[in-house]
Write a protein that binds this ligand. Structure first.
Ligand code: PRX
Length: 630
């Protein structure tokens, strides 16, 4: 039987089956993959540990399912179309067969450098096909990749290298982003002053002068020399680690979300095909960076497992001008386009003129991911990009969920602006109040939880299982807690309302308030700080920092700039506060806890309804903060 859902009634039927008999359901889906050894049991689980095992006892290699399984039929089909930053530079098209050979060669190169099963490899690279090749080569030999977004600072990179005790870093000399040429290897060198690896492999992208440490650093082409195009894949256990991806939470440093092999493979392919209703031959373009989960699941693994043609774009939406996305869609006749609300809003700000003259008639399906999409942006996307006939799939999911959990199925599920609509088969959502009571029926609002495992879910946080338990499985008993607020409307449709914890979503990127505060506090003149999110027209949320400083010999302006630079240096430019307000004090309760609720109100400008401030140690400080509001 085909795994493809084609009608709403078919979806409803399959959904019921997936809930009533989850193991039978997923076994049937998993049957279409190539396993070296079949599972003994489809699912073993408890959310107390938590311990979740999918396809227990099975063995496989995920790249065998991308390549060997499909080469006979689709070897000559384009796997990756690469569109460079500079429109005048040549596009690269790589077929499945060519990609297979490149992955094998690089897998052999990694092995020659002593990297093998279970070793952790950091990938800190621009959006070039070699980044995907690197990920797949790791998977081929059973090494665990951890991709770090190339915009992160050397400190963030070093933290990740140290946390997973990586053996190698794969990187590039530099990176082109819009009109900028960015040094990449230099950042790696800085990071390696605070951490260490045996091997660094450097892909030449910009050709800029690059320092190479003898015995540690090697050029990509050099390590590939003489490597065979054949490589015997490592036989992996279904629950062997596939990758680690670091993400921010409400406390402490980013944690390494661990995904394993079998379940992730099954779920990413299944969700990709069904959500986007991908048809063979379609050109699919997801604009995310592979440094994020969206890039992992829906640029690399999901599409390639489905035999799709996936477009990789190196640049930014506004370079050389705000027509770039539309020009790329026309050039490559893109059929499925998947982007983030922040990009839509940024382009919307230029009006419709940049779209005029571009032929977008190839488009069939539009997607949105990363943050709530506001109705205005939804309508603009639908009318001006989809010309009123392309369904929009508003896909809700997280780094931890591995794949899309709530989304319309394109052209099947009736959509509603700003609603992620309905759960995918196998996903048992649950809305709870703050005490953990399940809110049943429709027209309810609360915290979003999931009460049954799904194949691509987080297994642990690397090196600290207790942190995984505390963060996701302890707030509510026997449930995975997402950290998001949600509403189920009168039709039973889900609308994600945003984070209910101290996580800010800036342009679809997750930032922990504590993480930004820690970076601000590194400045020698800073005494204390508190960071909150506030509504931002383009970014969705902006970062607003309230900071108590020692102002001796300093002007406000230069101090603010220094603090911004500090955050940029410690975390990366994406964490730079949009607004910094120097304050005389912070609103604290008598027990010393900062009342963030008040700061959020100030940041969003709704200062006429501050609520009860009587428990504050010094209520007057609120007046002073309001007066100085940015
Ligand atoms: O708050 C939700 C928001 O992004 C968070 C997950 O961020 P991250 O792990 O970086 O993954 C982003 C890409 C999957 C969620 O907790 N989010 C993601 N998608 C949506 C969303 N909020 C509303 N609607 C969405 N479609």
């Amino acid at each position: 039987m085909s795994d493809r859902l084609h009608t709403l009634s078919g979806y409803l039927y399959e959904y019921q089956k997936s809930i009533a008999q989850p193991e039978e359901f997923w076994a049937r889906i998993a049957d279409s993959f190539h396993w070296r050894k079949r599972w003994n049991k489809v699912l073993k689980w408890n959310f107390e540990g938590p311990e979740v095992k999918w396809f227990d006892g099975a063995t496989l290699n995920i790249t065998e399912n991308i390549f060997e399984k499909q080469l006979y039929t689709i070897g000559d089909r384009p796997a990756i179309i690469w569109e460079p930053n500079e429109p005048s530079e040549a596009t690269r098209t790589i077929t499945y067969r060519q990609l297979f050979h490149e992955v094998c060669r690089f897998a052999n190169a990694l092995k020659a450098k002593g990297i093998g099963k279970g070793d952790r490899v950091i990938i800190y690279m621009p959006m070039v096909p070699e980044a995907a090749i690197a990920m797949l080569a790791c998977a081929r030999i059973g090494a665990v990749h951890s991709v770090v977004f190339a915009g992160f600072s050397s400190t963030s990179l070093a933290d990740r290298i140290n946390n997973c005790e990586a053996k190698a870093v794969l990187t590039s000399d530099g990176n082109y982003r819009g009109n900028k040429k960015i040094t990449v290897k230099g950042v790696v060198d800085e990071a390696l002053e605070k951490s260490s690896v045996d091997t660094v492999i450097v892909y030449k992208r910009t050709g800029q002068e690059t320092n190479m440490v003898s015995g540690r650093d090697f050029w990509w082409d050099e390590v590939l020399e003489g490597q065979s195009e054949e490589n015997a894949p490592e036989e992996m256990d279904s629950e062997d680690m596939l990758f680690i991806l670091y993400t921010s939470g409400s406390t402490g440093k980013p944690k390494g979300v661990v995904h394993t092999t079998g379940g992730y493979m099954v779920y990413t392919k299944y969700s990709f095909e069904n959500v986007f209703q991908y048809s063979p031959g379609d050109v699919y373009w997801c604009t995310a960076d592979i440094g994020w989960i969206t890039g992992h699941s829906y640029i690399v693994y999901g599409p390639l497992l489905a035999g799709a043609t996936t477009l990789m774009f190196e640049g930014v939406p506004t370079y050389p001008n705000p027509s770039r996305f539309w020009q790329v869609i026309e050039k490559h006749k893109v059929n499925v386009f998947y982007t983030a609300p922040t990009a839509i809003r940024a382009l919307q700000a230029f009006g419709t003129e940049p779209i005029e003259g571009y032929d977008l008639s190839s488009l069939k399906v539009l997607g949105s991911v990363g943050e709530p999409i506001n109705e205005e942006a939804w309508h603009w996307y639908h009318t001006h990009i989809g010309k009123g006939h392309c369904p929009i799939v508003d896909t809700w999911w997280q780094t931890e969920t591995g794949g899309i959990l709530v989304s319309p199925l394109a052209g099947i599920t009736p959509t509603k602006p700003a609603y992620a609509t309905l759960p995918l088969p196998g996903i048992q959502l649950c809305i709870v109040d703050t005490e953990g009571n399940e809110l049943t029926g429709n027209s309810v609002e609360g915290n979003l939880c999931i009460k049954f495992p799904w194949p691509s879910m987080i297994r642990t946080t690397y090196g600290d299982h207790d942190r995984c338990k505390q963060t996701y499985f302890s707030t509510y008993k026997n449930m995975y807690f997402t950290g998001d607020g949600v509403k189920r409307d009168h039709d039973g449709y889900y609308r994600i309302l945003g984070r209910v914890d101290d996580v800010i979503n800036v342009s679809g990127h997750r930032m922990g308030t504590a993480e930004v505060e820690n970076a601000i506090n590194e400045h020698p003149k800073v005494i204390e700080s508190a960071v909150v999110g506030y509504p931002h027209e383009v970014k969705g949320q902006g970062i607003y920092a309230f900071v108590i400083c020692d102002m001796t010999n300093r002007t406000e302006e230069n101090l603010i700039n220094e603090i911004k630079d500090m955050v940029s240096k410690i975390i990366g430019p994406i964490a730079k506060p949009d607004k910094i307000q120097i304050v005389p004090g912070l609103p604290k309760t008598r027990s010393g806890k900062i009342m963030r609720r008040i700061l959020r109100k100030v940041a969003e400008g709704s200062t006429d309804s501050m609520g009860d401030t009587s428990t504050l140690l010094d209520p007057e400080v609120v007046e002073k903060i309001i007066e100085g509001r940015k």
